[in-house]
Design a protein around this ligand. Structure first.
Ligand SMILES: Cc1cc2nc3c(=O)[nH]c(=O)nc-3n(C[C@H](O)[C@H](O)[C@H](O)COP(=O)(O)OP(=O)(O)OC[C@H]3O[C@@H](n4cnc5c(N)ncnc54)[C@H](O)[C@@H]3O)c2cc1C
Length: 421
């Protein structure tokens, strides 16, 4: 039986960041994860799962000393964010408007996780249990006892960072409210003929948004393209030629579940044609490299803590990914937890006491709920079929874009909020 201050279940982006943040406070930490992230190689295909990492998340990752490694591998900073429904109401947010160099970076989830793991392995006070799975846990007055497939641990505090279908949340019987959007999101990695690496954009269609997230240009760029359709590539492990043109991107296509199922069954070449017919012209020619679909569900745990078990990240809340905020909320959870425990230790308080952990929930629940509700309001407004609402939303976007007062107050405030600053 091994004893730790904290046992973190789940070594995804949020769990790994929380293990590092707690270790920075001098606590002993065990990190339990079922799958080790694959090592980085420059020629590796781009991960299908990517995230828009906000400025606030970047600051946390810098503090955890993992950000420079992510930048060395692959990450794409973007300076502009375009949003529109009708072309005449196209609205663009710019980093300069909030006196920043960039609005965020698009990062492959696996590389961010890998960078966190690399740093974790340098810490003398973190022990990694991987590949390993939680089997059961028992909550006592003074500790939690955990049975893993091949070891037994005890902890003063257990962090559940085991994702949206959290086993820990179920084991300790924390209920949640949930909302099924009846939609799925299809993620499609593409090669683009046009370089467009400094902008991310989203157009609202009646069936749901379509979006472009820029990825790296460097390691995968290919020979200049002709007007011929791109070659179809069924496998995502292609060797590419070097060139100065084009780039890579991640497309997100929101639609009814049945339609996403139909699109998922297409070959890459057929999907490429569907993308070209639906996505805005500014995308230009593309070649589909890889695709995958994810259902959209909003969930919120009824409480973030119960008898020495604390929920973080997707285990506590999931959100419509429309504005790319999911993992950013998880990183804010990590930051808040580190702040609360650091203060408790500094004040000589018992850092794992229920009331102290309640401060974490007080800091995070309102903020998570606000972001979830803002995304839902946007989602419903932009998918509402009424012609009146359609006109109103386009006029509002136009006003925000063209009227100087609204431009500087509403637009910049919304932008700063989305960047987490
Ligand atoms: C289509 C889509 C697009 C998105 N785009 C963005 C975006 O642009 N920006 C953004 O901020 N967010 C985005 N998100 C959300 C983001 O992906 C999630 O919020 C984020 O991955 C959650 O991280 P996590 O570490 O909490 O959970 P996860 O990434 O789910 O990690 C959980 C980890 O726990 C492990 N695990 C689970 N059970 C056990 C167990 N019993 N024992 C041991 N280990 C276990 C798993 O193997 C996994 O590694 C998107 C989501 C979707 C669906």
């Amino acid at each position: 039986m091994k004893h730790f201050d904290c046992v973190v279940i789940g070594g995804g982006m949020v769990g790994a960041a929380s293990a590092l943040a707690l270790a920075q406070l001098g606590l002993t930490v065990a990190l339990v994860e079922q799958y080790e992230p694959k090592k980085f190689e420059a020629k590796q295909a781009l991960d299908l799962r990517v995230s828009a990492i906000s400025l606030a998340s970047q600051y946390l990752l810098e503090q955890l000393e993992v950000w420079s490694q992510v930048l060395q591998w692959r990450a794409c900073p973007y300076k502009r964010l375009g949003v529109w429904e009708q072309e005449y109401a196209y609205t663009e947010f710019n980093a300069e408007d909030i006196e920043q160099n960039h609005l965020g970076h698009i990062v492959e989830n696996r590389l961010l996780q890998l960078s966190l793991w690399q740093q974790i392995k340098l810490q003398h006070n973190i022990e990694v249990f991987c590949p390993e799975r939680l089997v059961s846990l028992l909550q006592d007055e003074d500790k939690v006892s955990l049975v893993l497939e091949s070891s037994r641990l005890t902890a003063k505090l257990v962090i559940a960072a085991d994702g949206a279908n959290s086993q820990v949340r179920k084991l300790v019987d924390i209920g949640m409210t949930s909302w099924d959007y009846q939609q799925s999101a299809m993620l499609i990695n593409v090669k683009t003929q046009l370089p467009q690496q400094d902008i991310t954009w989203q157009q609202f269609l009646p069936t749901g948004p379509v979006a472009f997230l820029p990825l790296t240009r460097a390691p995968f760029t290919r020979a200049p393209l002709t007007n011929e359709p791109f070659l179809s590539v069924e496998s995502d492990s292609v060797q590419e030629q070097q060139t100065e043109q084009g780039g890579y991107g991640s497309l997100v296509w929101y639609h009814q579940r049945d339609e996403i199922k139909r699109l998922s069954a297409l070959s890459n070449l057929q999907l490429q044609q569907e993308v070209l017919a639906t996505f805005p012209k500014r995308l230009g020619q593309i070649e589909v490299l890889a695709k995958g679909a994810f259902p959209l569900t909003r969930r919120h745990a009824n409480t973030y803590q119960k008898n020495r078990v604390l929920l973080l990240g997707d285990a506590a809340h999931t959100i419509n990914p429309m504005a790319g905020q999911g993992v950013n909320l998880g990183f804010k959870d990590v930051k808040a937890l580190q702040y609360v425990i650091a203060n408790a230790i500094a004040q000589g308080e018992c850092w794992h006491n229920k009331d102290i952990l309640g401060r974490y929930e007080a800091m995070r629940r309102k903020d998570n709920l606000l972001m979830q509700s803002t995304m839902d309001a946007l989602y419903h407004t932009f998918t509402h079929p009424s012609p009146l609402i359609k006109t109103l939303r386009n006029v509002s976007l136009l006003a925000v874009s063209k009227l100087p007062v609204l431009n500087s107050v509403v637009k910049n405030k919304a932008l700063a909020y989305a960047c987490g600053i």
